[in-house]
Ligand binder design. Structure first.
Ligand code: DX5
Ligand code: ZN
Length: 222
């Protein structure tokens, strides 16, 4: 199937889902319009620990949707092949986690996955500039990575605007994603700054009617 690549796109983050009912959580995302965001954490790059390729492979069996896999792990280069084979459509690595960022991005490209680069709130856009011409997606974290349900950092919006300006100046083509504290109100703020892909965990799976929450979020960024 052809995956949606034209923004705006909402990406439900299964981090906040009930993993004993993963199939239901994944069924919420419509493969023709939404992405599915998978948060991989290693208790090293971030203090939390989640899941690895085995669960991504399970998600792959349960949905035809675009699997946007956010690797919050030290030295992701070692696991690029495993996550790609598990069925990831995009692999996002953190700038701060790679010894050789260019080589890691190249490995993701060679794996056949789309290439994403993420930066923590404390990392300036300037640090990513050597790589911005090589990527499909830039993830501007709007919380400190590690946990769902944190408050949106509106002070990251200048970074989003800076990324938009850089892309224009260099005729680059990466999408700009925001992740952390995204709900209908904050998604609107991020959209106005130029964000195009909106990851949301708590604002969807933490709600009494997740399918309504997802529809509300799609409307908010339209
Ligand atoms: C946080 C993760 C996020 C998380 C967002 O480190 O990268 O994807 O699921 O959760 P909410 O939307 O609840 O802030
Ligand atoms: Zn994430």
């Amino acid at each position: 199937m052809t995956h949606p690549l034209a923004p705006p796109i909402v990406a439900p983050s299964i981090l906040s889902a009930d993993f004993s009912r993963l199939a239901e959580a994944l069924a919420l995302a419509e493969p023709t319009r939404d992405w599915v965001h998978c948060d991989v954490m290693d208790n090293h790059f971030v203090p939390n620990l989640t899941f690895g390729p085995i669960v991504v492979a399970a998600a792959r069996k349960l949905t035809r949707g675009f699997l946007d896999v956010h690797l919050m792990i030290e030295e992701p280069l070692r696991l690029v092949k495993a996550f790609r084979e598990a069925g990831a459509d995009e692999l996002i690595v953190h700038l701060e986690a790679c010894r050789d960022v260019a080589a890691t991005l190249r490995a993701v490209r060679e794996s056949g996955a789309r290439v994403g680069l993420a930066l923590k709130p404390g990392t300036p856009l300037a640090a990513t500039e050597p790589h911005l011409g090589e990527i499909d997606l830039l993830l501007v974290m709007t919380v400190e990575p590690g946990f769902g349900g944190q408050a949106f950092m509106a002070d990251m919006m200048p970074k989003v605007r800076e990324a938009v300006a850089w892309r224009e100046r260099h005729a680059a083509r990466f999408l700009i994603e925001v992740d952390g504290g995204i709900a209908p109100d904050t998604a609107k703020v991020a959209r106005a700054a130029g964000a195009e892909v909106f990851v949301a965990g708590h604002a969807i799976y933490g709600q009494p009617r997740p399918e309504i929450a997802l529809a509300t979020l799609r409307d908010a960024v339209r």
